[in-house]
Every structure is written in structure tokens, then in C-alpha cells.
Ligand binder design. Structure first.
Ligand code: SAM
Length: 285
């Protein structure tokens, strides 16, 4: 317990740490890490190395995805008792594909102050230099690791108009980009940011098909961490959108009934000409 109640008493600080380059830690982050009573860290050994590099000494407690469900209560008790605690993850901003959500939600529900210390985050860092539209984007975290689930997750994003951002592990990057091409086609603009802020920072960019080639030619492609950024689906005119829907309808019907019946049912549902739908059904068959 701290000797006296400081202005920090009971405060939970959410502190962003570097994603590769130590120089990216903010002055405020260093001051807070130096000032708090304790640091809750995703991996205490990892954070110990950061503190050593900053010349700081501080008690650490482990708070990671496997213990957060029960450990957060202990952290809350300490905050309620007047301690100040900083939450850090291994890299970047806590809670962004990292632990901390359960703790932050509970601290807010308990009426305790939660104060963010902004800093590095791979999503924003990658987007800022990618050259893809950033006025609106959607962060999708890590795609599922199982092949079918990954394929289905991407299928669900096929018509997403905003730039899509994913995190990906190096050993899955080639497979993920191949699946992107399979689902979205080879023409979509795609940018991969590898090893951001580190010595071998690399951007791969072009059409998705070109990026597949770039990865194939790079012996180091499976080393390092990746942010994957895919341009959104081009805006469709009303008639194009209808055509896509009609194709989907016909394809579904064709699985169950003959071409002629499919065309008649599709005509009844959409109000489009039966002959045109019959021709289209023959093409799709
Ligand atoms: N909390 C972190 C943040 O704010 O970005 C993200 C943590 S998440 C567990 C780790 C993933 O972030 C990596 O697999 C990679 O996709 C991405 N990432 C983190 N650091 C990166 C870097 N230096 N370059 C590229 N991607 C990085």
C-alpha cells in the first residue's frame, strides 16, 4: 500500500509501449511507469526488459489472457485501496488484440479513474503510411486460424466498402493472402506492413495478385509481424448490386431445381425478364 494518498490514488493507467522501436515510448508513458505503485503486465519478463532499458524499477504483476478473468479482481482491490497501477501489454496499445478489456470494464463499473497514455499501435502506424483510404476503416483483428473459418470470415467481408485491417502471424501470411485473392479476386489494392518501426520494416503493395508475387520472391516473408490492409469493395451502382443479388439467387436455385424452373422462380421474385434470367442461368450452370 502507498504511504499517502497521491493524486494518482486509485487510478488505472493504460500505457502504450513501443511496437519495435524503444524511441517511440512517450515522455508521459515513462513518467507514469516511474510514478505508479505497480505495473500489470501481459508478460512480466518482457516488461522487465523494457523497464531495464528505461532505467526504471517497479513491482510487476502478471495479467494476461489466461488469468485476467480472476486476476482483475485483485487489481481492482488494490486500486480501491488507493494504489495506482499501470497496465501494459507486450507491445503497442493494451486491449487492441491484447488483454485488458475485462479489467478496464470492471474499473469503469466500479467508478475508478481509467486514464489512457496514448502511443504506438500497429493498426494506426501501418495505415498512416499505406496509401489506402483511411477516412473510414474497419479493424478485424486476427482472422480465424482454421482454413474454412478464415475463408468464411473473408466471404462475409466481400462487400465491405471500408478499408479492412487485419493482424497476421508471419507463418500464416502467405496462406492468408492466397485466401484473400481467392475470395476477393486479384485486383483489389492490398498493402502489407511488416516489422513496423524496426530495422527491416517493409511495405508490400499493389493489387492483391501482385502482392502474392512479391511475397513469393522474398525469402524473409515469413519472418516478422504483419498488418494486412485491404481496400474496400468498390461502390456499386444499383443495377450492378441487383445483378450480383440475382446471380446469387439463381446460383442458389440452380442447386435445387432445373434451369427453366430457376429462371421462372427468379423472375417471380425479382420482377426481371424471364428470358434474360434463363440465359444468365445457363451461363451460371
Ligand atoms: N496491442 C498491439 C497494438 O497496439 O498494435 C497489437 C498486439 S497483437 C497481439 C500483435 C500483432 O500486432 C502482431 O501479430 C502483428 O499483426 C501486429 N504488430 C505488432 N507489432 C507490429 C510491428 N512492429 N509490425 C507489424 N505488425 C505488428
Amino acid at each position: 500500500m502507498p504511504a499517502s494518498r497521491s493524486p494518482d490514488a486509485g487510478t488505472l493507467y493504460i500505457v502504450a509501449t513501443p511496437i519495435g522501436n524503444l524511441g517511440d515510448i512517450s515522455q508521459r508513458a515513462i513518467e507514469v511507469l516511474d510514478r505508479v505503485d505497480c505495473i500489470a503486465a501481459e508478460d512480466t519478463r518482457h516488461t522487465q526488459r523494457l523497464l531495464q532499458a528505461l532505467g526504471l524499477h517497479k513491482p510487476l504483476l502478471a495479467l494476461h489472457e489466461h488469468n485476467e478473468r480472476h486476476k482483475h479482481e485483485q487489481v481492482l482491490e488494490r486500486l480501491a485501496g488507493g494504489e495506482s497501477i499501470a497496465l501494459v501489454s507486450d507491445a503497442g496499445t493494451p486491449l487492441i488484440s491484447d488483454p485488458g478489456f475485462i479489467l478496464v470494464r470492471a474499473a469503469r463499473e466500479a467508478g475508478l479513474p481509467v486514464v489512457p497514455m496514448p502511443g504506438p499501435c500497429a493498426i494506426v502506424t501501418a495505415l498512416s503510411a499505406a496509401g489506402l483510404p483511411t477516412d473510414r476503416f474497419t479493424f478485424e483483428g486476427f482472422l480465424p486460424t482454421k482454413r474454412k473459418a478464415r475463408h468464411d470470415a473473408l466471404m462475409a467481408l466481400r462487400s465491405e466498402p471500408r478499408t479492412m485491417v487485419f493482424y497476421e502471424a508471419p507463418h500464416r501470411i502467405r496462406e492468408t493472402v492466397d485466401t484473400l485473392v481467392e475470395v476477393m479476386g486479384g485486383e483489389r489494392p492490398l498493402v502489407l506492413a511488416r516489422e513496423l518501426t524496426k530495422a527491416f520494416e517493409t511495405y508490400y503493395s499493389g493489387s492483391a495478385g501482385q502482392v502474392v508475387e512479391q511475397l513469393a520472391q522474398d525469402d524473409y516473408a515469413e519472418k516478422g509481424e504483419y498488418v494486412v490492409m485491404l481496400a474496400g469493395a468498390p461502390e456499386q451502382s444499383d443495377s450492378e448490386a441487383r445483378a450480383v443479388d440475382t446471380d446469387r439467387l439463381l446460383a442458389t436455385l440452380l442447386k435445387e431445381v432445373p434451369v427453366k424452373v430457376a429462371a421462372r422462380l427468379a423472375a417471380e421474385i425479382t420482377g426481371e425478364a424471364r428470358n434474360a434470367l434463363y440465359q444468365r442461368a445457363l451461363e451460371l450452370k
